[in-house]
Design a protein around this ligand. Structure first.
Ligand code: NAD
Ligand code: ISE
Length: 337
């Protein structure tokens, strides 16, 4: 069976997902595209033999020849499409964030629970990265003893002028929040954010970098340096400190060059380069699950938890105070993930 996929939102990541669904992965074909920018969607459809342009996301979701949906439009528009996908009984791969407010995420949880089955996977691709997976295996094996701390850094080389300090939390650090929950199979209990000296490369009024402290309910502390004007490249770091050892992400792929008494290697240019394989593996896992009639990967509950945490993070950024994270009770549907 070939899964016939419709893609809503064909900007940067939407087009990248279409490329991988078309040229890299197996078992799927993109048959439908749409975007609020119809000219952009038409250009994409014209370059994609066998695909059809739809005027709206709702029309695409309702189409009989669309089996499953990728939502890669702007975050605030995700809720509408995810809810429509659930109502149509179609599987949805939704880029992060699941939705931008706690209430919107709760409406999605309610809809899935009412449907009685999981239909949504959220695009937290770091869970599919080989280095993060190796780190989780080590933590879970107990080889370094009980985890105590995690040090992380999320450095973007630069951001467009439209990017705000809030987005450092809900667009970038949201990935570190998901990693922390997944790495330790635990929830986040509280968040504190400190504002160090400002990088002179940052736009006027922009607090960059930020130091984010996540407290897990187990007591593990996760510190995340979130920088979006790091200039030298896209650098994702992580180290878990256990009672009797540590495990850290290694330097990213690429050859190490040794010459003239020095050694050097490549720093990825952006998230597409750093996580290219993770995105491939993530979407292949989704296609395989859709084909098998099952669901996999980060769930709507994970999307909800991440948004509740980023909301708390925004309050912590505004107030300078520690903000507790309070979530609703986890529905049975999400208990055996
Ligand atoms: P983008 O601006 O390049 O593309 C978004 C597209 O959505 C645009 O073409 C826009 O016209 C379209 N759009 C906006 N509103 C729409 C609507 N109501 N209906 C249909 N289309 C609509 O943005 P992007 O960088 O591709 O990001 C898209 C999503 O992917 C965001 O949610 C972002 O957070 C997420 N993202 C995830 C990662 C990751 O690492 N997993 C990386 C980048 C972006
Ligand atoms: C972007 O939207 C992503 O999701 C990337 O993975 C992240 O590293 C980047 O900071 C975000 O802006």
């Amino acid at each position: 069976m070939t899964v016939r996929v419709g893609v809503i939102g064909v900007g940067m990541i939407g087009q990248d997902h279409i490329r991988r669904l078309t040229h890299v992965l197996s078992g799927a074909r993109v048959v439908a595209v749409t975007d609020v920018d119809l000219d952009r969607a038409k250009t994409v459809a014209d370059d994609l033999p066998g695909s059809r342009l739809h005027q709206t996301g709702q029309e695409l979701i309702a189409a009989d020849d669309v089996d499953a949906i990728v939502v890669s439009s702007w975050g605030p528009t995700h809720e509408e499409y995810v809810l429509a996908g659930i109502a149509a009984g179609k599987q949805v791969f939704c880029e992060k964030p699941l939705a931008t407010t706690r209430e919107a995420c709760e409406r999605i949880l309610d809809a899935e629970v009412a449907a009685g089955r999981r239909l949504v996977m959220v695009g937290f691709m770091r869970r599919y990265d080989a280095q993060y997976r190796a780190m989780k295996e080590t933590v879970t094996s107990g080889d370094i003893g009980a985890p105590l701390l995690m040090h992380a850094a999320h450095r973007n080389p630069s951001v467009p002028p439209s990017f705000t300090s809030d987005m450092t939390i809900n667009d970038s650090t949201v990935h570190d929040i998901d990693v922390a929950r997944w790495m330790f199979d635990d929830e986040i209990a509280g968040i504190t954010i400190l504002k160090p000296r400002v990088n002179s490369n940052a736009a006027e009024g922009f607090n960059d970098p930020l130091m984010v402290l996540l407290e897990m309910t187990s007591g593990v502390l996760v510190d995340v340096e979130a920088s979006v004007n790091a200039a030298y490249g896209y650098d994702i770091r992580g180290e878990v400190v256990g009672e009797s050892g540590t495990v850290e992400l290694s330097e990213s792929a690429g050859a190490i060059v040794k010459r003239a008494g020095q050694h050097s290697g490549r720093v990825p240019g952006d998230w597409r380069e750093r996580f290219v394989r993770a995105f491939d593996i993530e979407l292949q896992a989704w296609i395989d699950a859709v084909t098998a009639g099952t669901t996999t990967g980060p769930s709507a509950w994970d999307g909800y938890a991440a948004t509740v945490c980023t909301d708390a993070g925004l309050e912590a950024l505004r107030t300078g105070q520690r903000v507790p994270v309070k979530m609703r009770e986890r529905p049975d549907l999400y208990k055996a993930q």
